[in-house]
Design a binder for this molecule. Structure first.
Ligand SMILES: [Zn+2]
Length: 353
């Protein structure tokens, strides 16, 4: 395993100038290919979000450590994303933890077990800490907590069916509220669910911070459901969080279409409203994937809107227009990435770097 380069990241050199630009990178574990890609990324980015799935944790640590080193050698900051770990984080990756530990699955209030690790499980928390220690040793500088969530389904939520009702969660609820977890969602069960997500993330972020890492969190860009807004505000102010953000994709789901500048601007302002009191950074993700031919110009509008809202970090999901992944593949990925490069270079010129 290569030692991480000691070259300081570009983000440390540029000081408070904003925004900093980054992109998600995944799917390639060949160093030669990475070197070419990182050279391209270094022309317009300050940081790279590398996914590190459970498959990477088990099978690609040496290759990915070299990739992290190659990234840092070019002055790019390395962010690590626990992609799909335990079915709790976002990402197109499968979970071996769930296969190995069926007893740690979440349980819905109707008794059905669902493939997502219980956030109350000490085995899962320890597994996550092992992952943090591994990426820290490999040279990561920021952990990108990617869309962490308790198992959720709209139809079930309206019926009051919720997660998690496993025996460990029930015991915790009994100690706190003096009764069993209800079979239908009520105010105390909502508070409990919110507190569980808060406690899980704060424990992991606090652990990461002690290991010298910074913490970034991304939540779904969604509004119109009061309980979700409570979760959003609560998590945005987590004590060990450094950068809070969301992903206001204006053509997502792909059949939806919103005005890119207005949609991004609205959520970027919401992010900054949430982080300003505690002086944290604010990040907005730009849809650089799953765009139809001819819509690539929207990326530049969206980047400009995010910058004007004052976010400290802009990021593109993903490098090369999602070319590698069926679920996010753009119709013309080359054009999509070209639009990202133009937009990022324009922003970089504006900030004077
Ligand atoms: Zn549970």
């Amino acid at each position: 395993m290569e030692k991480p380069s000691m070259i300081s990241a570009r983000t440390e050199k540029i000081g408070p100038a904003h925004p900093q630009m980054g992109a998600a990178y995944f799917g390639n574990r060949f160093l030669n290919h990475t070197n070419k890609d990182m050279a391209i990324l270094a022309e317009c980015c300050d940081y790279v979000v590398h996914t590190m799935s459970e498959a990477d944790l088990y099978y690609h640590k040496a290759a990915l450590a070299s990739i992290f080193s190659a990234t840092r050698r070019l002055g790019l900051e390395v962010w690590a994303d626990p992609w799909g770990l335990g079915g709790v984080f976002g990402g197109e990756a499968l979970s071996k933890f769930l296969l190995d530990h069926p007893e740690d699955w979440q349980v819905l209030s109707n008794g059905r077990r669902v493939p997502a690790a219980c956030l109350n499980s000490s085995r899962f928390r320890n597994f996550m800490k092992e992952w943090v220690l591994t990426v820290a040793e490999m040279g990561a500088q920021v952990i990108f907590w990617d869309e962490p969530h308790v198992y959720f389904h709209w139809d079930l939520e309206w019926e009051g069916i919720y997660s998690c009702n496993c025996s460990a969660c029930d015991a915790l609820f009994r100690r706190k509220y003096g009764r069993a977890l209800p079979s239908r969602l009520d105010d105390e069960a909502r508070d409990f669910r919110r507190a569980l997500l808060h406690d899980f993330l704060e424990e992991l972020m606090g652990f990461s911070r002690k290991k010298g890492l910074r913490n970034a969190l991304c939540l779904y860009a969604f509004e119109g459901y009061k309980e979700y807004e409570r979760i959003w505000n609560d998590l945005a102010s987590l004590p060990s969080l450094d950068i809070f953000g969301c992903d206001p994709y204006w053509r997502w789901p792909p059949r939806q279409q919103r005005n890119p500048a207005a949609h991004v601007s609205h959520f970027a302002e919401r992010v900054m409203d949430a982080v300003r009191p505690a002086g944290k950074g604010g990040q907005v993700w730009i849809q650089a994937m799953r765009l139809p031919k001819g819509a690539e110009w929207e990326i530049e509008k969206a980047c400009l809107a995010a910058s004007e809202a004052g976010v400290t970090h802009i990021a593109a999901w993903s490098y090369d227009g999602g070319a590698l992944l069926d679920t996010v593949l753009a119709e013309n990925p080359g054009e999509v990435w070209g639009a990202v490069q133009r937009a990022f270079l324009d922003l970089r010129a504006k900030r004077g770097k």
